[in-house]
Design a protein around this ligand. Sequence first.
Ligand code: THG
Length: 264
Amino acid sequence: MLIIGESLNATRKSVHDAVIAQDVEFLQKLAVDQVNAGAMMLDVNAAVPNRKEEEDLPWMVEKVQEVVDVPLAIDSNNPDAIIAALAVHKGRPMINSISGEEEKLEKLLPIVTETDCDVILLCMDDKGIPSTIEGKVQIAGKVIELLLTKGKKIENVYVDPLIGTVATQTDAGVLAIETIKAIKKEFPGVHTAAGVSNISYGMPARKLLNRIFLSLCISNGLDGCIVDSRDQELMSSIWATMGLSGQDRFRSYMRAYKKGLLKG
Ligand code: THG
């Protein structure tokens, strides 16, 4: 299970403010805290309205990589910002994300296929997010075929089912799990990854729902998650689920225990 720390994201007020203030210390502490808590990769998003993301994102990448040596997931809707960030990233990055959206795809496809990197593929296109599993699988299939034709390896692709919220659709949880299963069945060798906190948007006791839902996803084959790694209860449930579902013989669970990270 690839655990990606979500917190360096300018949609969060504190990070938004830190980008504007160019507060290196704040961002570096947030990076170190997430890695110390068990994140294996950090998602970075520096999109602040009315600022140049093509400058802020590579800046954030450089400052974060000064203090942690995990790879980064370059999270942006702006292809030019992604390209600028990749140019300064050390090691093997992840691109978050591409999708079936034509304009973005056209710009990013050469970069994604010519760079040694992982990539998250969102199951959406210019018409939005399909409401059916079949619709999502179809978009994933179209983009995977393009990637493979241009030489990308299937195992370097992480398909994101784009999880909805149970507040507006009570079966959003099952739907997500069935989508994960369908994608892995349809495209052998492909990986899956998702941000899970969407599931609980608009509901009470969000952390409870996030934790249980992530556990269900992991036991049904989810390979990567974008989560708040500073949440010890969430992380502990990830490690417990991996052991209990027979994925790693409790290795990550015992490692976390020895590091004092397990919370029962
Ligand atoms: N898929 C992919 N990328 C993604 C997402 C996804 N990137 C963005 C997002 N979804 C995942 N990242 C976050 C970052 C922050 C929060 C949720 C998802 C968030 N933060 C609140 C806050 O900071 O106030 C609450 C958490 C907290 O209290 O820290 O909600 O789905 N590919």
